[in-house]
Design a protein around this ligand. Structure first.
Ligand code: MLT
Length: 323
């Protein structure tokens, strides 16, 4: 009897989930960005959200839930209902590095379902205009000659800008005083205002300020120059050979979200990434589209696990501490 009741209960739950998947979505969705408004994560999420609403037929709202390098916003997503209406945006920092640095009350792999891999952002080394250096070599000499470390804006311990800043310290033999913000959007405001010295930033966050002459760009951490900033050398060309880093990003939903709903969200994001206008907007910011065969939830899940296996030992060995 108990077995029959259990089977009936499972069938009931199963049909309920199926019905929800069939009518999904029937109200607005939220993409939680765990970093500050105006920064590179927020900007990419807003470009995608605008187009995803066309495929989903419902508004897609972006909410910036900031704090502790994105751990607060990711926690919000993990602990929300697994119904597809709360989607989390994240990247190498929030969904890989943070697991090695913070005592999280969730697991970045087992408490989330991957949805889709998003474009990658090369990094760029930028300074405030008052820094008296015109080339990367001059910047490194200036950093080394200072009696006190120069200030480097980051989005907190474990963020992309922090990992890239740590890599610059160890590769170039310089010392930086990291200044944590809730995202590199506000860090950029302070760089333009001359309050901090440098950021090892995502290209999409810096590119327009460099173009406008509000800050100075020294080198892009990629193997080739960015088509949108062709005057800026690569790190290989500028004298820091092998200093390469691109920050990949993605979307996740809470564990237990029905597969059909994950598939609908994936299809909407893939549609958005395939739209020529979206591609133009992203590429104008220097963002690089992921290859088409890597746009499945499985590909993002496998990639996130591989990145955890690669980065956690490096981050733990570097004894990264929370600011
Ligand atoms: C942001 O959106 O603020 C960035 O992704 C921060 C970072 O990781 O450097």
């Amino acid at each position: 009897m108990r077995k029959v009741l259990l089977a009936a209960l499972i069938a009931l739950l199963w049909s309920g989930a199926n019905a929800r998947a069939e009518t999904f979505p029937s109200r607005p969705l939220t993409i939680v960005v765990p970093l500050a408004a105006g920064g590179p994560s927020d900007v990419m999420a807003r470009i995608l959200a605008e187009r995803m609403k066309t495929s989903l037929g419902e508004a897609v709202v972006v909410e910036d839930v900031t704090g502790a390098a994105g751990t607060v916003g990711v926690g919000r997503v993990v602990h929300s209902a697994p119904d597809g209406y709360t989607i989390g945006y994240g990247h190498l920092g929030t969904h890989v590095a943070n697991g090695a640095i913070y005592k999280l009350n969730y697991d970045l792999v087992t408490d989330l379902e991957p949805v889709v891999l998003l474009p990658s952002n090369p990094m760029i080394i930028v300074s405030k205009n008052a820094v008296p250096a015109k080339t990367l070599q001059e910047l490194l000499a200036w950093l080394k000659a200072r009696p006190e470390p120069a200030t480097a804006g980051t989005a907190g311990a474990g963020s992309g800008s922090h990992i890239a800043g740590l890599a610059l310290e160890s590769t170039a033999g310089v010392k930086l005083q990291f200044v944590p913000y809730r995202g590199t959007g506000p860090a950029m405001n302070d760089l333009v205002a001359g309050q901090i010295d440098i950021i090892v930033d995502q290209l999409s966050n810096s590119i327009n300020q460099v173009r406008a002459g509000n800050i100075r760009g020294y080198a892009v951490t990629d193997t080739k120059r960015a088509g949108q900033a062709p005057d800026i050398p690569t790190t290989d060309e500028a004298g820091l050979p092998g200093f390469h880093m691109t920050l990949w990003s993605g979307l996740w939903v809470p564990k237990g979200t029905p597969k059909e709903i994950v598939a609908k969200l994936n299809a909407a994001a893939v549609d958005a990434l395939g739209d020529p206008q979206v591609q133009k907007a992203l590429e104008n910011l220097g963002l690089q589209m992921p290859p088409a065969d890597r746009l499945t939830p499985e590909a993002l899940g496998a990639w996130q696990k591989a990145e955890i296996a690669k980065w956690w030992p490096i981050i733990r060995a570097a004894h990264v501490t929370v600011d």
